[in-house]
Design a protein around this ligand. Structure first.
Ligand SMILES: C[S@@+](CC[C@H](N)C(=O)[O-])C[C@H]1O[C@@H](n2cnc3c(N)ncnc32)[C@H](O)[C@@H]1O
Length: 279
């Protein structure tokens, strides 16, 4: 981490400067041009996946197959990382993943399933990720390709979450929609969020790391979602990976966690559940 970034972090971590940081960030949010990117990486959200062995353990315990949707999957790193995790940790569970992205170029990479540093597989992987990587990849020259039995269980297609004909009616146990809602204008993010919620079964879960926090808190309330208290202080992917432009300078960066906030869990959690169906 550069000296400039370290200094920036220390400065805005000071409680006295957080209010000042918030007003800079609000201005950046209002004025900076939003942009989408296909940046992604294998195993960057293992902590979230571990919720499937914690507060979300009921989802994988059922007799019925576990159905997962990954919206905005980019090159497929997130979907395949989850697939590798499930293959190791839940070998007896019947699961499938549907993944889609608006970028045809990214989808072509995800469908091919062959990876090097350019598409999210930079070595060395963190030691925690290695057992899953060993299960997920086979060597393919100087690259790694997804092993066939996992590749068959992940279906990758082109799709736009905001398209008029988008449908996914309450058919998934878990929906991931991460690191792209933050790049949408508020109205589009609200519509996209409604579609994500609409894709989840009652009692299911969504992972929505990487979205504007005020927008998220409003939408959580509106859709009556239940925040899951799990690894909340684990740093967000967006905040840590855009290290050269940390909060408050970029509209997509995340504020330092404020433990005193009454809406702490809704604001900083990235995992939410829909209400279970009334029996
Ligand atoms: C920064 S990448 C994140 C990939 C992955 N979710 C992750 O967190 O590693 C965001 C992806 O969302 C996709 N995206 C943006 N808007 C979309 C939309 N309306 N429908 C589907 N995908 C979209 C972009 O093309 C991009 O590949």
């Amino acid at each position: 981490m550069s000296q400039r970034v370290k200094f920036n972090q220390r400065l805005f971590d000071l409680p006295l400067l957080q209010g000042f940081g918030r007003s800079i960030h609000a201005r950046r949010l209002a004025r900076q041009t939003r942009f989408q990117s296909t940046a992604t990486r294998f195993f960057r959200n293992l902590k979230q996946f571990q919720a499937l062995e914690g507060p979300l353990s009921g989802l994988a315990d059922r007799q019925a197959p576990l159905r997962i949707l990954v919206a905005g999957c980019s090159f497929g790193c997130e979907a395949y990382s989850l697939a590798g995790y499930l293959a190791v940790r839940f070998p007896h569970v019947d699961w499938t993943i549907d993944a889609f992205d608006i970028s045809r170029a990214a989808i072509a990479v995800a469908q091919r399933g062959v990876y090097g540093a350019k598409h999210g597989l930079a070595y060395p992987l963190e030691s925690e990720a290695r057992p899953y990587a060993d299960r997920l990849f086979e060597i393919c020259g100087d690259k790694r390709s997804i092993v066939p039995d996992i590749r068959r269980r992940v279906s990758v297609s082109h799709g736009d979450l905001l398209a008029d004909d988008f449908t996914a009616d309450r058919s998934y146990d878990l929906v991931l929609a991460q690191n792209f809602l933050v790049h949408m204008e508020n109205q589009a993010a609200s519509e996209a969020f409604a579609r994500i919620v609409g894709a989840v079964k009652p009692g299911g879960a969504i992972f929505v790391g990487g979205m504007d926090l005020d927008t998220k808190v409003g939408l959580i309330k509106h859709h009556e979602l239940i925040p899951v208290d799990w690894e909340i202080e684990w740093p967000s992917t967006i905040a840590t990976k855009c290290a050269d432009r940390l909060w408050p300078w970029g509209y997509w960066t995340l504020e330092p966690i404020d433990r005193s906030r009454p809406d702490f869990t809704a604001r900083y959690s990235t995992i939410f559940r829909t209400k279970a169906a009334a029996s």
